[in-house]
Design a protein around this ligand. Structure first.
Ligand code: C5P
Length: 235
């Protein structure tokens, strides 16, 4: 299954001289946050910008893959050369990803909300003078990466991300196993790092054969390096 990370270098040579390394391969990428409605005007969201997922989708397309990007609500443009499905909620994202199978590669970058409001109100919830704030009862969202990692049509290569604020390596490795991924790109998104929503990223690549620390680089460079790693599995 997974090959040593060092093989990634071979794919670089291929891209320069030969056919595109991911030609004929289909990839599904998720990106951005999800918005989980509370009522028609309010929602639960997170700080994901979609920059990393969109850069990865564009890079896989540059390497020759037929890419479907399932994007949550973001303010950045759709990447060139990629089919984009726009969604808002985690359940819509799950349906779009499952509906895009079969695929050879899945890279789940989206910061999917772990919870949604159990029953979102059809009307705007009104503030009632003198009354306590309304309680929000949450329910768990589907885990899209875990679903794909254990799916009957599981892509050959499944990659996830792990945004952590503590125990980055340990949490990343347990996610690798629990979610059935081949690689987890774990990063520390503590506020002082500026990664969430920012342009740069520092990731630890956790694979079945070991870990690799990538130095801090911009999100485009992370996409290019991940593209090489993915291509090495198909060369
Ligand atoms: O469990 P956690 O949210 O930290 O896992 C992060 C990884 O799982 C990311 O790859 C993310 O895209 C994916 N994920 C998902 N569906 C969820 C939660 C996370 O696909 N409901």
């Amino acid at each position: 299954m997974a090959e040593p990370l060092e093989i990634a270098a071979a794919a670089e040579v291929l891209l320069d001289t030969g056919p595109k390394p991911l030609a004929g391969k289909k990839a599904i990428v998720t990106s951005g946050p999800t918005h989980e409605p509370i009522d028609p005007v309010r929602y639960i969201a997170n700080r994901s910008s979609g920059k990393q997922g969109h850069a990865i989708a564009a890079e896989l397309a540059r390497l020759g893959a037929d890419v479907t990007l399932v994007s949550g609500p973001v303010t950045i443009a759709d990447p060139e050369g990629v089919k984009v499905i726009h969604v808002e909620r985690a359940e819509e994202m799950r349906d779009a990803v499952i509906g895009s199978l079969p695929a050879d590669i899945a890279v789940m970058v989206a910061a999917v909300a772990d919870w949604r409001v159990a029953s979102a109100s059809g009307n705007k919830i009104k503030k009632q003078p003198g009354e306590a704030p309304p309680p929000l009862l949450l329910t768990e969202n589907p885990d899209i990466l875990k679903t794909i990692g254990h799916h009957a049509k599981r892509p050959k290569l499944v990659v996830g991300f792990a945004a952590e604020t503590q125990n980055v390596a340990e949490n990343g490795r347990s996610k690798l196993e629990r979610k059935g991924a081949d690689y987890i790109l774990a990063n520390d998104v503590s506020p002082h790092t500026g990664i969430m929503g920012g342009d740069r990223n520092t990731v630890k690549v956790i694979g079945k054969l070991g870990d690799e620390d990538w130095p801090e680089m911009d999100k485009q460079a992370v996409a290019e390096r991940l593209g090489k790693l993915i291509a090495s599995h198909f060369s």
